[in-house]
Design a protein around this ligand. Structure first.
Ligand code: DQA
Length: 143
């Protein structure tokens, strides 16, 4: 399998106009274009949803189809035991991404339910974080 899923959660469809002082002016379409241009040799699937259950369905559907997942779960990062369980259930390698440095923000953002079931977490590097995550996943999958 040479394909990876890049999955974005709630409010990330508003990137570019949403609190640009926090998240920058890059849109989600720009992020997708950057990832495609980055070219790690993987086929890329991009999905975004504002709904927790839909995100979980995407994680379930990735099993047997994608070799790994890059996930920015947005605010569900800090609340969703259900997403954590879904990731653990499919057993796919996953890199957690956040545009902002969640550890330098409000304390409720310091907790991640994704982190314990992720290979690792990349945060604070804006849209570049997705590219770093692609490199990390590629390296993981080639070992
Ligand atoms: C975010 C950080 C989350 O705390 C926030 O709820 C988001 C975006 C980020 O990419 O920095 O929606 O995941």
């Amino acid at each position: 399998m040479t394909s990876i899923l890049i999955l974005n959660g709630p409010n990330l469809n508003l990137l570019g106009t949403r609190q640009p002082e926090v998240y920058g002016s890059t849109t989600l379409a720009d992020v997708e274009a950057m990832c495609r241009a980055h070219g790690t040799g993987f086929e890329l699937s991009f999905e975004q949803s504002n709904h927790e259950g839909v995100l979980i369905d995407h994680i379930h559907a990735a099993k047997g189809v994608h070799a790994g997942i890059i996930l920015n779960a947005g605010a569900y990062t800090h609340t969703s035991i259900a997403m954590m369980d879904a990731i653990a259930s499919v057993g796919l390698p996953l890199v957690e991404v956040h545009l902002s440095n969640i550890h330098a923000r409000e304390t409720f953002r310091h907790k991640s339910f994704i982190a314990p079931v992720a290979l690792g977490q990349i945060c604070g590097f804006g849209a570049q974080g997705y590219l770093l995550a692609m490199d990390a996943l590629k390296r993981h999958l080639s070992h």
